[in-house]
Design a protein around this ligand. Structure first.
Ligand code: 5AD
Length: 352
């Protein structure tokens, strides 16, 4: 058996690889090895989650952001982007529409927009939970204080998505002039300790990112053991300092998705919109490489295009019902079943 095959077999059998082993794997993997890796990842996903793919309705409620991440199209210094902020009433109208389409998770995502204070968010979460007690509320609003996270959890928020973006301190600091590496990790720890189901994750193909950095991303996740792991390719946005850089590749991203499935086997892993943007079948390929969640956009069509973290983002002209059924067809086309339940993480179900 080749060295590479031994590593893949070890990852599949033990769900464990050292940082060096991951690095060796990333630097030497061939196309044939990749197919084997995807097969192992799919087998692992089937063993933990079966054929089911969970759906989340994504509401991008504000593109106003105080941070200035070098890669991101809605960074504070991008003066070309037309800013918008949905009102709480508009967000609730999205939820009503999403609920009618069958979603049992709403993901409320925004830039770091402090107009949405703790008080306003608490009231909004209360109202969503009052209208739909069986629905899970996921927040993706960036860094706040531990006290705010606590209040939002007490108000009924169930989950929180906050990618660690990269586990390399050096790269993190280059890409995030307004943020601190240690703060990000502290937030993720706080969220976990407070009882949220937590999603971390990273981008693949960032300018300057090495295989060692990517190995460290996986090792960090193995330590954190988040409930969800979002992995997407870096895609340049022309109105950012990284506008002329190369995008991450579909293959490298799929390899990271598959390795995340093998090394954190009980996690929920979305087939991300960024993968769908990079390749017409990007999300289907991710589902075949171990992903098991999709996040169709239910943001109103009138503002969708303004939530451009990267360029050529798909679904800009679509309506919430288009995305709902388009994704359902895509899931079925690769032989999986849509599950419209809450789709809590296996870890949560074990501890409750
Ligand atoms: N390319 C790919 N992903 C991006 N994100 C932000 N900007 C980009 C980009 N240019 C990702 C970040 C963030 C998530 C919401 O979107 O990882 O956490």
């Amino acid at each position: 058996m080749s060295d590479m095959h031994q590593l893949l077999e070890k990852a599949y059998q033990t769900n464990d690889l050292t940082k060096d082993e991951i690095t060796v794997l990333l630097e030497n993997i061939t196309e044939a090895d990749r197919e084997d890796l995807y097969r192992y990842a799919l087998k692992t996903k089937q063993a933990y989650y079966g054929d089911k793919v969970y759906m989340r309705g994504l509401i991008e409620f504000s593109n106003i952001c105080r941070q200035d991440c070098l890669y991101c199209g809605i960074r504070a210094s991008n003066e070309k982007v037309e800013r918008y902020r949905l009102t709480p009433e508009e967000i609730l109208a999205c939820c009503d529409q999403g609920y009618k389409l069958g979603y049992k998770t709403f993901v409320l995502q925004s830039g770091e927009d402090r107009w949405y204070t703790e008080e306003i968010l608490v009231e909004l979460i209360h109202e969503i939970k009052k209208r739909y007690p069986e629905v899970a509320v996921t927040l993706s609003i960036g860094e706040r204080t531990m006290e705010t996270y606590q209040s939002l959890f007490a108000a009924g928020a169930d989950r929180f998505l906050m990618r660690h973006e990269t586990a390399s301190k050096e790269l993190y600091e280059k890409l995030h002039p307004t943020m601190r590496f240690d703060d990000r990790r502290a937030c993720l720890n706080d969220l976990k300790n407070l009882g949220y189901q937590v999603g971390a994750g990273f981008m693949v193909g960032l300018p300057g990112q090495t295989s060692v950095d990517l190995a460290e991303d996986l090792r960090y996740l193995m330590g954190l053991r988040p409930d969800m792991i979002g992995i997407g390719p870096f895609i340049p946005h022309s109105e950012t300092p990284l506008g002329k850089e190369q995008a991450g590749s579909i293959e490298d991203t799929l390899v990271m998705v598959a390795l995340a499935r093998l090394l954190i086997p009980d996690s929920l892993i979305p087939a991300t919109t960024a993968l769908g943007t990079l390749h017409p079948q990007g999300r289907e390929l991710a589902l075949k490489a171990g992903a098991n969640v999709v996040m169709p956009i239910i943001t109103p069509t009138s503002v969708r295009k303004q939530y451009a973290l990267y360029e050529n983002k798909i679904c800009g002209d679509d309506h919430p019902e288009d995305c709902r059924y388009c994704i359902e067809r895509r899931i079925q086309s690769v032989g999986f079943q849509v599950d419209l339940g809450r789709g809590d993480s296996l870890r949560k179900n074990r501890s409750s």
